[in-house]
Design a protein around this ligand. Structure first.
Ligand code: HEC
Ligand code: HEC
Length: 220
């Protein structure tokens, strides 16, 4: 009898504590903004249209012949990491275009962690171009096997990169941009363990093979 009453009281107390916790949670949710940084893709779009369109294009599909990379549908963490590196000068970019990226990212409304976060959020959600600038199509089989052998473990079998990690999507990127990055293979990978050297005769084949893979969520 006595034990049953004690157990009963425990239930009442536990119930009351839960109710208090629930009430407190609703109150703070209603009166305070959500804690922590939350990306705002709409703000990212405003910044993008203001600063980036002349080179990367209205839909962020880049420009193959000008070696300007497509940005739409790149993993968010990769985009944020690269923008941070351009802003700090850690990534210099190519001799022809690097300074332009650096100047763009010096603008006071862009050179801030929240702006970079919002730009990355917008671009990662933007639909990718249905196709990229391809290469000459001469040795796609060799490109495929070199890619699967040395690169797929990190960049994904289908070239989609790693969502959540700062590993870029390579499938559906423009041929000439990929080639320019592959010529700097060691610098691009910053000596990351597990990245094999890419044989000179495979550079074009790998870039060509990758440029022809379908990117994720393409535009209709
Ligand atoms: C004057 C032309 C120009 C402008 C303006 C420009 N970019 Fe770029 N961007 C480039 C070029 C060219 C590259 C390739 C740089 C290199 O050679 O490494 C690049 C590279 C990048 C990369 C790295 C992509 C990758 O796959 O590694 C990101 C991200 C990027 N730009 C985002 C932006 C954003 C966001 C803006 C606007 C705030 C912007 N760019 C404005 C020309 C430009
Ligand atoms: C151990 C994992 C790993 C392996 C293996 C690897 N990569 Fe990468 N790769 C990365 C990471 C991480 C980055 C981004 C580096 C950074 O933060 O700037 C990258 C960047 C790149 C870029 C630049 C993309 C851009 O948009 O500018 C290219 C191109 C590339 N890798 C091609 C290759 C190829 C081709 C191979 C195989 C021969 C390969 N990688 C093997 C992890 C890897």
């Amino acid at each position: 009898m006595a034990t049953r009453r004690v157990v009963g009281w425990r239930f009442v107390l536990a119930g009351a504590a839960l109710l208090c916790a629930a009430l407190l949670a609703t109150r703070s949710a209603a009166s305070e903004p959500a804690p922590g940084p939350v990306a705002d893709p709409e703000h990212g779009k405003v910044l993008y249209l203001q600063h980036c369109v002349p080179c990367h294009g209205a839909r962020a599909w880049g420009d193959g012949p000008r070696e300007i990379p497509a940005l739409a549908a790149q993993p968010e963490a990769y985009l944020a990491a690269q923008l941070t590196r351009f802003a700090s000068g850690d990534r210099q970019g190519s001799a022809m275009h690097g300074p332009a990226m650096r100047d763009t990212l010096a603008a006071t409304d862009v050179n801030r962690a929240p702006a970079i976060r919002d730009l990355a959020a917008y671009l990662a959600r933007a639909p990718a171009a249905p196709r990229a600038e391809p290469g000459a199509g001469r040795s796609l089989d060799a490109g495929r096997s070199a890619y699967l052998r040395g690169c797929a473990a990190c960049h994904g079998e289908d070239g989609t990169g790693a969502v959540g990690a700062a590993t870029p999507r390579l499938g559906g990127q423009h041929y000439r941009y990929l080639l320019s990055r592959l010529r700097e293979f060691g610098a691009v990978h910053r000596g990351e363990p597990g990245t094999p050297a890419l044989a000179a005769q495979d550079l074009e084949a790998v870039a060509d093979y990758l440029s022809r893979l379908s990117p994720p969520h393409t535009a209709p």
